[in-house]
Design a protein around this ligand. Structure first.
Ligand code: HEC
Length: 135
């Protein structure tokens, strides 16, 4: 378990160092990401449900807030490596949710860390509604 986690963390660090943020072009907005996931889910995201999902654990050690903070409006800290993480709520981080590739890449990795599977479209829509609700 720890081996898998550190391997993922190392991989993440390597990817961040290798690709960097500028390599992923800004092509979307938080509102467009909410619309995308809601369309995929066939239902609008629900912010209250998103908060419960975000702050809760799902059978493992970590919740989303373990790394992104509670609430996710300030800098987060990686639960494993201690590395600083930019605020996730878009009102507090203008770069958050501006690259579809980046959003998909991190959701794939983070959902797997927290749920041992990918997040469903409905779960992503709920989280997006929660994050977009911060002003
Ligand atoms: C083990 C630590 C960790 C956990 C747990 C975690 N994340 Fe992350 N997440 C990160 C890191 C690191 C980044 C990259 C942030 C950076 O470069 O500043 C990130 C980035 C993201 C991004 C990309 C945002 C953007 O556009 O820049 C999204 C979306 C995201 N996380 C959602 C989630 C969700 C939803 C969960 C819960 C299912 C979650 N994360 C759990 C560490 C984590």
């Amino acid at each position: 378990m720890m081996v898998r986690t550190s391997t993922l963390a190392a991989l993440g660090a390597a990817l961040v160092a290798g690709l960097g943020l500028p390599a992923l072009a800004a092509d979307t907005t938080p509102a467009q990401q909410l619309a995308r996931f809601s369309t995929q889910a066939g239902a609008a995201g629900d912010a209250a449900r998103g908060q419960r999902f975000f702050d809760g654990t799902h059978g493992g050690e970590w919740s989303c807030s373990s790394c992104h903070g509670k609430p996710p409006t300030g800098p987060g800290r990686h639960a494993d490596t201690g590395k600083a993480i930019q605020p996730l709520a878009p009102a507090f981080n203008p770069k958050a949710f501006t690259s579809t590739a980046r959003v998909d890449k991190w959701l794939r990795r983070n959902c797997n860390d927290v749920l041992k599977r990918e997040c469903s479209a409905a779960e992503k829509a709920d989280v997006m509604a929660y994050l977009n609700g911060f002003k």
